[in-house]
Design a protein around this ligand. Structure first.
Ligand SMILES: [Zn+2]
Ligand SMILES: [Zn+2]
Ligand SMILES: [Zn+2]
Length: 255
């Protein structure tokens, strides 16, 4: 069998990256829609409802059954194994169509579905803990020091940038496109370097390789579109001429 050329390999990799970005974009769209529906329909439990033992509005099961976490599967007694299997079966019955993962709250064995069941509400203690983390986080000036600048090519072929902490070695799979005003999958991402100079001034980067390629792609597409338009115009001209040429023949033939 013939081996792929480097160009073919690159084409396949590009096609795969685009497919994955489109899939991430679709999943993100569904997640957003689901969160919107939960908000509209008041599916989420309030903290008070959760505390009072109101069952999950997604599946009707208790949020917390108080049975404690499952021990590791290999440590289950025979009885626990049967309970576990029964619970798995119940989950499968309730979520036949949901190709989704499951979650449970700590100290509880009942499983909930990522697709049907909104996550449990944040309690006051957790909210306090999170606010503490935000309060103690570094100042905006300090944060600038650790930020990197990334360039992204999105599924719509728009090129955009993103600033994020240097610890992150990749960017999230879906970001908002400022041009389209829609969340788009990221097809390519590239770290350009520090987002700010030592003086805290936003760093600038010249046209990078990816931006150049994206611009080239856009201009090639535009050229193709114009050629197609011309071809369409030419073919309708040809059709028109053909019709005119056929007219006398039809007249002669039918009469
Ligand atoms: Zn549920
Ligand atoms: Zn489900
Ligand atoms: Zn766009």
């Amino acid at each position: 069998m013939a081996k792929l050329t480097e160009e073919q390999k690159a084409q396949r990799a590009a096609a795969r990256a685009r497919r994955e970005a489109l899939a991430a974009e679709e999943k993100d769209r569904q997640d957003t829609e689901r969160r919107e529906a939960w908000r509209r329909e008041g599916t989420r439990l309030s903290w008070d409802e959760y505390e009072a033992g109101v069952p999950c509005r997604g599946c009707g099961e208790p949020m917390c059954d108080g049975l404690g976490d499952w021990p590791g599967l290999m440590y289950l007694t025979e009885e626990e194994k049967r309970d576990h299997e029964a619970m798995e079966e119940r989950f499968r019955q309730l979520h036949r169509q949901c190709m989704s993962g499951r979650w449970s709250v700590s100290g509880s064995r009942v499983r909930h579905c990522f697709q049907c069941c909104p996550p449990p509400p944040l309690g006051p203690a957790l909210i306090e803990e999170l606010s503490e983390i935000f309060r103690s986080s570094p100042s905006a000036e300090d944060r600038k020091k650790g930020q990197d600048f990334w360039e992204l090519i999105l599924t719509c072929d728009h090129v955009t940038t993103l600033t994020q902490h240097r610890d992150h070695n990749y960017v999230r799979p879906v970001v908002g496109c400022p041009e389209c005003q829609v969340r788009r999958g990221v097809v390519h991402s590239k770290r350009l370097g520090p987002a700010y100079t030592d003086e805290g001034v936003e760093a600038t980067y010249g046209e990078s390789e990816q931006a150049r390629l994206a611009a080239e792609l856009a201009s090639a597409k535009e050229k193709l579109r114009r050629q197609q338009q011309r071809a369409a115009a030419t073919s309708s001209q040809i059709e028109e001429l053909e019709k005119q040429l056929q007219l006398p023949v039809h007249h002669g033939g039918t009469r």
